[in-house]
Write a protein that binds this ligand. Structure first.
Ligand SMILES: Cc1cc2nc3c(=O)[nH]c(=O)nc-3n(C[C@H](O)[C@H](O)[C@H](O)COP(=O)(O)O)c2cc1C
Length: 334
């Protein structure tokens, strides 16, 4: 199993989330955990290769280890997009085979490709051949009425033979007919035992489990039970302090003390200032910070001061500073 930076970091990762895990969100998460692997939002290969959307690849070197997630189903285009990602310096190139949204289905990307393992194998083989970074896949356990017990191992066989060494499995099916993308993240039942079966069957494949994981306790339990990694999406976004502040110590064995929420806010101020100097808006960054104090006294006030304040014309760093000053001291500390 390779031991590059991204693989080591994949013990814990924050899932790719459209409109959420943009570079500002990743900066916040990186300040909270040095080691956790971070994923971009999905970027489609056609947008990069045909649409000239290279600006979508922008990231700050501080974000390493960071993985680029691509969407697509045309091997040549995915190869070109993967090469662009590697050139930009991403540590890993991931292919999205899990997203059920209509837009994505119409372009034949995402979860619908669980039905075409040979095509996915050609895609990932082309991505591997085109550039030096590790190519990984994020998939579901199946779609619609597929038999996940047979489809998933066959799918993994195909992509492993094509050069994939690491996968993240969202442990539920995508039901492509009748459910919205949001419902598809909650309604199809989770099947964690199937992910463990895949680990038994493919011991050399690095396997991360994803779906419904909401605490570091749960993540630790999956790792103790033999999985290689845990990928967390919504909980990492909505309750980042609970997932990320102690991740370095508990998941990666780092002995330095965790940062406090106050230190995180202070540490992101220069990033916000730089973004605003470039003409960006305060809200672009602060919208990702609303959950920073969740579960702590003052959390609602923080959320309100930040969301109302950041929308006012001319709003600047003082909005963040006064929201922080108003927080009870115990909530700002570890
Ligand atoms: C707002 C949002 C956007 C998402 N966008 C993507 C995406 O671009 N690519 C992808 O593979 N999964 C995407 N997902 C799915 C997540 O990566 C993850 O698989 C899913 O939320 C289940 O994990 P969780 O229960 O820990 O949130 C998205 C999820 C959410 C909530």
């Amino acid at each position: 199993m390779p031991t590059n930076a991204a693989t080591a970091a994949a013990r814990l990762s924050v899932a790719p989330m459209m409109d959420w895990t943009d570079r500002h969100c990743r900066m916040l998460h990186r300040l909270m955990s040095r080691h956790t692997l971070l994923y971009t939002e999905m970027v489609t290969a056609p947008a990069l290769v045909r649409g000239g959307a290279r600006h979508l690849l922008r990231f700050d070197p501080v974000e390493h280890p960071v993985a680029l997630q691509l969407g697509g189903s045309e091997p040549g285009e995915l190869a070109d997009a993967a090469a662009m990602g590697a050139e930009e310096g991403y540590d890993e190139i991931n292919l999205n085979i899990g997203c059920p949204s209509d837009r994505v289905q119409s372009g034949c990307f995402g979860a619908v490709l669980m039905e075409q393992p040979a095509l996915v194998a050609r895609c990932v083989a082309a991505m591997v051949a085109a550039q030096p970074r590790e190519v990984t896949v994020k998939c579901r356990i199946g779609v619609d009425d597929q038999d996940a017990e047979t489809v998933l191992p066959d799918f993994l066989d195909h992509i492993r033979d094509a050069g994939v060494t690491r996968v993240a499995i969202h442990a539920r099916k995508a039901w492509l007919k009748g459910l919205s993308p949001k419902e598809n993240r909650d309604i199809p039942p989770l099947d964690y035992p199937l992910v463990f079966k895949m680990k038994d069957r493919f011991p050399d494949l690095h396997i991360s489990v994803n779906g419904g994981i909401t605490s570091l306790d749960q993540a630790e339990a999956f790792l103790r039970a033999g999985l290689d990694g845990v990928m967390i999406g919504r909980a990492a976004y909505h309750t980042p302090s609970e997932i990320l502040l102690e991740a370095d110590q508990r998941i990666f064995g780092d002995t330095s003390p965790p940062r406090t929420p106050q230190e995180i806010v202070e540490a992101i101020l220069p990033h916000i200032a730089a973004h605003m100097d470039e003409g960006g808006r305060l809200h672009n960054v602060t919208r990702h910070m609303l959950g920073l104090f969740s579960g702590r006294p003052g959390a609602r006030q923080w959320r309100r001061m930040l969301s109302e304040g950041a929308h006012r014309p001319g709003a600047g760093l003082e909005v963040v500073q006064s929201a922080l000053d108003a927080m009870p001291p115990a909530s700002k500390a570890a």
